[in-house]
Design a protein around this ligand. Structure first.
Ligand SMILES: NC(=O)c1ccc[n+]([C@@H]2O[C@H](COP(=O)([O-])OP(=O)(O)OC[C@H]3O[C@@H](n4cnc5c(N)ncnc54)[C@H](OP(=O)(O)O)[C@@H]3O)[C@@H](O)[C@H]2O)c1
Length: 232
């Protein structure tokens, strides 16, 4: 992969994707809400001149999505991968106290944003080499594995994101773009928390190996960071 766009690139798994991709010599467009505050990305851009561009993106704002696609198109005429990494998990939801606002905001970030961003970047992906769209999902979005009422807005949003993967895989497969859902495992980040068993570098190294090994027939699959199939 020569050119990759990563969302939510200022911290957590997104930042580690940027690190590991730059270490391979990949040119990266790192999208985040506040580039001016993304000090680690600024340092990486200085250390990898010409290889890292940092652009603003707020997935909850449609104009920000189209704006990012426009700016990305000024930087490159092709993308080999879009990593839809940015996501949000609102903790503390309880049955009996659910609020529509939490669902609406979570869906905007975790479902609608990645779908609209994929749509906005399709022309660049069509010009990429065996291009891939990677939707960072979660085993909490697995309907088959769900037995407790935990993190409902997040879980439902990731189940819906898996449908986004299936729909876009069907639409884009014929255009040479492979779309999958990828579960990073339970990882030590702000979202995963300190008790998570996996380190970010381990999870991202595993995910990049899976991404490298994707074939056109893999479109629509839901895979783990170690390449295993996850129950839908
Ligand atoms: N960590 C885990 O154990 C785990 C497990 C399963 C799945 N995942 C998935 O993996 C992905 C990355 O997770 P993480 O652990 O790295 O999370 P994280 O540390 O909480 O980072 C989330 C990233 O998403 C960005 N983001 C949130 N809302 C956004 C919006 N409206 N527009 C643009 N960017 C937005 C954040 O930006 P700000 O800094 O501006 O808030 C941040 O860069 C997520 O999709 C998550 O659901 C994580």
């Amino acid at each position: 992969m020569q050119r990759v766009l990563v969302t939510g690139a200022n911290r957590g798994l997104g930042l580690e994707f940027v690190h590991q991709l730059l270490a391979r010599g990949t040119r990266v467009i790192a999208a985040c809400r506040q580039p001016g505050r993304a000090m680690k990305l600024t340092e990486l851009a200085a250390a990898h001149p010409g290889h890292l561009s940092v652009l603003p993106l707020d997935l909850n704002k449609e104009r920000s999505i189209t704006g990012l696609a426009h700016e990305a198109g000024m930087l490159t005429d092709k993308l080999d991968a879009l990593i839809n990494n940015a996501g949000v998990l609102v903790s503390g939801e309880r049955y009996g106290e659910l609020a529509a606002k939490t669902f609406a905001e979570t869906f905007a970030t975790n479902v609608i944003g990645p779908l609209l961003l994929t749509q906005a970047l399709t022309a660049l992906l069509e010009h990429g080499k065996a291009a891939r769209v990677i939707n960072l999902s979660s085993d909490l979005g697995s309907q088959g594995d769900t037995v407790a009422f935990n993190t409902p807005s997040y879980a439902i949003s990731k189940a819906a994101l898996n449908m986004v993967t299936r729909l876009t895989a069907a639409e884009l497969g014929a255009r040479g773009i492979t779309v999958i859902s990828l579960n990073p495992g339970w990882v030590k980040t702000d979202m995963g928390g300190a008790h998570a068993p996996l380190a970010v570098n381990e999870s991202v190294a595993g995910m990049l190996k899976v991404i490298d090994g994707l074939k056109p027939g893999d479109g629509g699959r839901f895979l783990d960071y170690n390449g295993a199939e996850v129950a839908r």
